[in-house]
Design a binder for this molecule. Structure first.
Ligand code: PMP
Length: 396
């Protein structure tokens, strides 16, 4: 391979400032097995139902290899779309297979929405902080990304309406359940208020819900996509990553017909379709295995891990710190006392074989250097407790 590099100026403008990230470089040091990492956003691999998935792939390849290994339609496997539609409908969101597009994870759904909806210069409103790769996706689309004031319950609907009047946005991006990075959940009355604002001002909503099935306690809240004022202007993004396995790269998009059609065309240009064999195996799994029983096991393990993290934070973090108490999902969001800088402290944490993600990069504007994200999914409660005592040493 040649080492010559093309001049930076020949890259598209949107690709030019994709530089190295110092945080990413420090976190690369956490791959050592002795590190107890709260940094990753990964599901627990020992909980994957590998046997059930293997049986599903075997069945598909044994009974229908000619279709499972062939090209297929952009919209996705009809059996898989039917199964997702049935799950959504059973939870009160009337959905037919034709309302759904199978995507390469919800990340692709986001990128298809950006292609279908956004002109360069369009404004996208986001929670502050929000999911980092969504910020990247909207940035690549040339959008102007503007944060909406948020509190411990997520987006403030009154502040949202003011932002809509001021900024004239095209799209609002929300993660209403167990948000990444804060773990926050938007309460039902705020969902209704957000839907009203969207309906009143003709705003599109991207409702990103990869974590909704990971609720350990409390009442399930309604999807904004099912609330009348926003029903015809909300795209709901779902994912099999946190419920089945992220390596399968399977997600889905539920959107009003014209938007869905535009996303299908955009997907055709991006990758023709999502892997046929993976879709067929997922559909087979949903018939032959009990996904809900599997999810019950995952939720039970995650609940115990969350509890271990919450139980130990008081003694691990310095006095004056605060943190979220998520009812599900994978993340706790913490804020250190005045004068602390989570990015600066990360190096010392990694030296002590413990890691977290500094919160600053998750902000669309006004990053708070005192914040950090702690994931509780990939270590046992005992390891979490040990990791927290290492963290205590960092902050001492
Ligand atoms: N949205 C959010 C909020 C996420 O946290 C993630 C992954 N961590 C994704 C989308 C992408 O997930 P996937 O593409 O695996 O479905």
């Amino acid at each position: 391979m040649t080492t010559a590099t093309a001049p930076l100026s020949s890259l598209a403008a949107r690709a030019r400032d994709v530089g190295a990230s110092p945080v990413r470089e420090i976190l690369a040091l956490t791959a050592r097995p002795e590190v107890i990492s709260f940094a990753g956003g990964l599901p627990a691999p020992e909980l994957f139902d590998a046997a059930g998935l293997r049986a599903a792939y075997d069945a598909v390849l044994a009974t229908a290899p000619r279709t499972a290994l062939q090209y297929s339609t952009t919209e996705g496997d009809p059996a898989l779309r039917g199964a997702v539609a049935a799950r959504l409908s059973a939870r009160g969101l009337a959905t037919g297979a034709a309302d759904l597009l199978v995507t390469g994870g919800s990340q692709q759904g986001l990128s298809l929405l950006a292609t279908a909806l956004l002109e360069p210069g369009d404004t996208v409103l986001v929670e502050n902080p929000t999911y980092l790769a969504a910020l990247q996706c909207f940035g690549f689309a040339g959008a102007r990304v503007v944060p909406v004031p948020t509190d411990a319950d997520g987006v403030d609907p009154e502040a949202l309406e003011q932002a809509v009047l001021r900024e004239r946005p095209k799209l609002l991006y929300l993660v209403p359940d167990f948000q990444n990075p804060t773990g926050r959940t938007l309460p039902g009355e705020r969902r209704a208020a957000v839907a009203e604002v969207a309906g009143r001002h003709g705003l599109w909503i991207a409702e990103d819900d990869p974590y909704g099935e990971l609720r350990f306690e409390g009442e399930r809240q309604p999807w904004i996509a099912g609330l009348t004022p926003a029903a015809d202007r909300t795209a709901l993004l779902g994912s099999f990553s946190k419920v089945m396995a992220p390596g399968m790269r399977l997600g889905w998009l539920r959107a009003p017909a014209a938007l869905l059609r535009a996303c299908v065309i955009a997907k055709q240009a991006a990758d023709l379709h999502t892997s046929t064999v993976d879709q067929a195996a997922a559909a087979r799994y949903l018939v032959d295995s009990d996904l809900d029983a599997h999810l019950e096991r995952v939720r039970g393990a995650y609940r115990a891990r969350r509890d271990a993290l919450l139980a130990g934070l008081d003694s691990a973090l310095p006095p004056g710190s605060s943190w979220s108490r998520p009812q599900g999902g994978m993340f706790v969001w913490a804020r250190l006392p005045r004068g602390c800088d989570a990015t600066a402290l990360l190096r010392e944490a990694v030296r002590r074989d413990v890691a977290y993600v500094p919160g600053a990069p998750f902000f669309a504007a006004d990053p708070d250097p005192r914040t950090l994200r702690l994931s509780f999914t990939t270590h046992t409660p005992e390891e979490i407790t040990r990791g927290l005592s290492r963290l205590a040493g960092v902050f001492a």
